[in-house]
Design a protein around this ligand. Structure first.
Ligand SMILES: *Cc1c(COP(=O)(O)O)cnc(C)c1O
Length: 448
């Protein structure tokens, strides 16, 4: 075991000292293959020893620039001081009593914070869970009890998780659903607004009318408990719907007694330059699901929403053994305090400005980059055959692999596997972000 400290004290540099993955990582990887189920994948099997600020350091001493944040989780950076302090104090005081058995203040404080930070100034309440999928499941439970209706509407390219109900809600078959059925019933899919892939230009309200028509004709407004939608699609390709789309869908929901659920698990908690991405369109969701960035890396999730909806569920109807674990709550309070203190919303907007400027210049030189899009520090490029919208998944993964080899950790996404997505920690130093973009530029120009 290393005695070196991770966290923000780590040298903020890209440093490659072995092949990627290095010999020590390969050794652990061989052990892993004997005991870890093959269905659990890793984007880049360098085994991590420490991480902090904008870097991940592996067991061979390679220091990689982190454009993944563990999938939009470590927005405050790895081992952020306020998270470490809160967790350390809490873990020494007590680790678990179960909020449903003997409660504690940290849970209440997290709910107070989330009620204050989510969009809208109406009365709100929250409930805490362990994972994003669990939050989505509970949002559906709450919407069904509140409305007395069954149907759940989701959109094309949606990602909501890997449990049985959330697999049904997720659009993409491979790898999320293949062979795992039968799936939960009463889940219906409607078209999404995907500006880059519309056959002909269409406004946000027109795209919403298309979505609503499918709901009304194929499901019936009176049967719909909730519409669940990511304000910026995550795994589905960092798609930002056309302006006015979300507003029109949410207004239709309100008019028909349908609960509008914003799945902000990836887009929330400063990621897009606002506390929640719904704010970019002045949309006030009825319920918001929160996870990923909320607790600096510890597992915590929440459903936050209108008090009268949250309170529709009978006593004992919501919960779970670990939901809102005190250590995870302490981490969330530390993470939220860090977001406020460092104004990470402003930081996310600065990252957006840097990235979109550089990526647009690169796109002008590399016609395989068909689209540059996203909000805040949730930015992506879509890779296509030049001059078309035909996806080029092979080139996309070649670019990702090329960057990995040069010490820049990044992820792909999208229904067609042709989107490179960038999710830097919001505390990423400018020089590292610039360097990561230099590497990307070099790799892209070398391949196209
Ligand atoms: C990651 C994600 C989920 C699932 O969260 P888990 O913690 O992996 O269960 C759900 N919705 C969105 C939008 C996500 O990005």
């Amino acid at each position: 075991m290393s005695t070196h400290e991770g966290g923000p004290g780590l040298p903020q540099e890209r440093r490659i000292v072995t092949e990627i993955p290095g010999p020590r990582s390969q050794e652990i990887h061989a052990r892993r293959q004997a005991v870890v189920a093959a269905g659990v994948g890793s984007v880049l099997p360098v085994y991590v020893e420490k991480a902090g600020g904008g870097v991940v350091v592996d067991v061979d001493g390679n220091s990689l620039i982190d454009l993944a944040s563990g999938i939009a989780v470590t927005s405050v950076g790895n081992s952020a001081p306020a998270v470490v302090q809160g967790v350390t104090e809490q873990v020494a005081a007590f680790t678990h009593t179960c909020f449903m058995v003997a409660p504690y203040e940290g849970y209440v404080e997290v709910c107070e914070k989330l009620a204050a930070l989510t969009p809208g100034d109406h009365a709100k309440k929250a409930a805490l869970f362990n994972s994003g999928a669990e939050a989505v499941e509970n949002a559906v439970k709450i919407a069904r009890v509140h409305t007395g209706r069954d149907a759940v509407v989701v959109v094309d390219h949606a990602y909501h998780g890997r449990t049985n109900l959330t697999m049904a809600m997720t659009a993409k078959n491979m790898p999320y659903k293949q062979g795992f059925g039968p799936f939960a019933g009463e889940v219906y899919r409607a078209p999404m607004s995907y500006p880059f892939r519309e056959p002909a230009p269409i406004t946000g309200p027109e795209a919403a009318a298309r979505t609503i028509e499918v709901i009304e004709k194929q499901v019936g407004a009176d049967n719909v408990a909730c519409v669940v939608i990511e304000p910026v699609l995550g795994e589905g390709g960092f798609v930002v719907p056309a302006p006015g789309y979300l507003t029109a869908v949410s207004e239709w929901c309100t008019a028909h007694g349908v609960v509008f659920v914003a799945d902000e698990i990836q887009s929330g908690m400063c990621r897009t330059g606002t506390w929640f991405a719904s704010e970019h369109e002045d949309v006030v969701p009825d319920l918001v699901t929160v996870a990923k960035g909320v607790a600096g890396g510890l597992p915590l999730a929440a459903v936050v929403g209108r008090s009268e909806m949250m309170d529709a569920v009978h006593g004992g109807g919501l919960g779970g053994t670990y939901g809102g674990n005190p250590v995870a709550c302490a981490a969330a309070l530390g993470a939220i305090a860090t977001m406020e203190e460092l104004d990470l919303n402003a930081r996310a907007r600065a990252i957006e400005a840097t990235m979109t400027e550089r990526l647009r210049i690169l796109a002008d030189k590399a016609p395989a980059i068909g689209d540059v899009r996203g909000r805040g520090a949730m930015i992506a490029i879509e890779i296509v055959r030049p001059g078309t919208t035909e996806p080029d998944a092979a080139l996309t993964s070649a670019i990702a692999t090329g960057c990995h080899q040069q010490g820049v950790l990044m992820l792909t996404c999208g229904t067609f596997g042709n989107v490179l997505r960038f999710l830097p920690p919001l505390v990423m130093p400018d020089h590292l972000l610039d360097e990561a973009l230099d590497v990307l530029e070099e790799v892209v120009t070398g391949l196209v």
